[in-house]
Ligand binder design. Structure first.
Ligand SMILES: Cc1ncc(COP(=O)(O)O)c(C=O)c1O
Length: 402
């Protein structure tokens, strides 16, 4: 099989992020050091106590350390109706490897895959590169990015193997609500289709509360066995640098298939990284770490909203309710701006980094930029100030896309 096409978002990030003065394209909650992580613990643990420096650095426990899998089992079991065994969790180097492993294990030529859209490019190009026919289940701005269940039913075929969701959704910051998730799993179960939900932005919910009847549970909590959740420490837990992610499934068969694919690709994940991850997910730390990030997301989103309201002649959006990203459309005289030219000029003249939506997510998203607003508040504040100046001085000169 030929490799998938270049991964546009990752290439843009790689090219521009090291020179950005104000990186507001970043999708991780402001990253923390191991020292900061220790200071967030309720027991005020010391950073040096997190790592077991006496442990020999063998491959370690092949499927992932007992400590981290136990923590994940606890998280997926709470409010889920039935517990998820630690044996139903595999540790991977980030969610990107988790997603890849699921596709590599489950997809073969001739399969059909339906993928929620717009989303992280990997979720539809990798299955296509493995020989699957892929259809996109499109969410649209005019429907506040909520896709239509009837459209999904029409897309599904006799050979549909997998429905791929991204919940919360990158880049829009919207969620698939509980009632829709229930319909999806009921339908998938009736057709024996597996559902993969990339939940890498869980549990960063800042515009919807667990008291809301539509608050989205994990896909693993809806009573259907053939469901898979992928996740990682990168986004909601501020620890992208340790490269720890996971695959979790209610189906032991699926876990076994993924384990075979994993044996061929990664063997195991760094023991030191897993120690940091297990510490962050422990009851001693997780609440204050998530509390920090939800507060940060709320405060920063308020700043971004103020900017958007002030510039509503040019910008429109559906305000995000979860995750770290906002998908904002920029126009002039009712026409979409050339987003790539905008992002390049903005970074060159002001040091502010955005990601062009059409470049990163598909040509139909003309005029869109993805803003990652859960970086440090001072970076966002200063970046928005520079953007304000740019809007006054340079915006009128930008080319339009149509
Ligand atoms: C939807 C989605 N899935 C997966 C990833 C990969 O994350 P990581 O490998 O850092 O866990 C990203 C990163 O941006 C993402 O947005």
């Amino acid at each position: 099989m030929p490799p998938p096409p270049p991964f546009a978002v990752e290439q843009w990030m790689d090219k521009y992020e090291t020179t950005a003065k104000y990186n507001i394209a970043e999708t991780c909650c402001a990253s923390v050091s191991v020292e900061e992580l220790a200071s967030l613990s309720e027991s005020k643990a010391s950073a040096s106590s997190i790592l077991d420096l006496s442990a020999v650095q063998s491959y370690g426990e092949i499927r992932g350390s007992t400590a981290i899998r136990a923590n994940l089992s606890r998280l997926y079991s709470s409010k889920a109706g039935s517990p998820l065994s630690p044996d139903n969790v595999l540790i991977t180097p980030g969610a990107i490897a988790a997603n890849f492993m699921v596709f590599y294990a489950l997809i073969k030529p001739g399969d059909h895959v339906v993928c929620h859209y717009p989303t992280y490019q990997q979720l539809y190009t990798v299955p296509a590169s493995l020989g699957a026919e892929v259809d996109l289940w499109k969410s649209k701005a005019k429907n506040k990015w909520l896709p239509d269940f009837e459209d999904l039913k029409e897309l599904v075929k006799h050979n549909t193997k997998l429905i791929v969701l991204n919940n919360p959704q990158n880049p829009t910051g919207q969620v698939l609500p509980k009632s829709l998730l229930l319909k999806i799993v009921e339908f998938a179960e009736s057709k024996n289709i597996t559902v993969l939900s990339d939940e890498v932005y869980r549990p960063l919910f800042h515009g919807t509360s667990p008291m809301d009847p539509e608050f989205p549970p994990s896909i693993l909590s809806l009573g259907y066995k053939n469901t898979i959740a992928t996740g990682s420490m990168s986004k909601a837990y501020s620890l992208a640098g340790i490269r720890v992610g996971w695959i979790a499934s209610r189906s032991s068969d699926i876990i076994e298939q993924c384990a075979v694919a994993r044996d061929y690709t990664i063997i195991s994940v760094s023991q030191l990284d897993q120690q940091v991850a297990a510490f962050a997910l422990s009851p001693d730390v997780i609440h204050s770490l998530l509390g920090r990030n939800i507060q940060l997301a709320k405060a920063n989103l308020e700043l971004l909203q103020r900017f958007i309201i002030k510039h509503d002649e040019y910008c429109s959006w559906t305000k995000p309710v979860a995750g770290t990203t906002a998908f904002v459309k920029f126009e002039r005289d009712g026409k979409a701006i050339d987003a790539e030219a905008f992002c390049k000029a903005l970074q060159e003249k002001s040091g502010v980094m955005f990601l062009p939506g059409d470049y990163g997510f598909g040509m139909e998203f003309k005029g869109y930029v993805r803003i990652g607003y859960v970086n440090r508040t001072d970076i966002l504040k200063d970046g928005l100030e520079e953007l304000r100046k740019f809007m006054r001085k340079e915006y009128d000169e930008l080319p339009l896309s149509e």
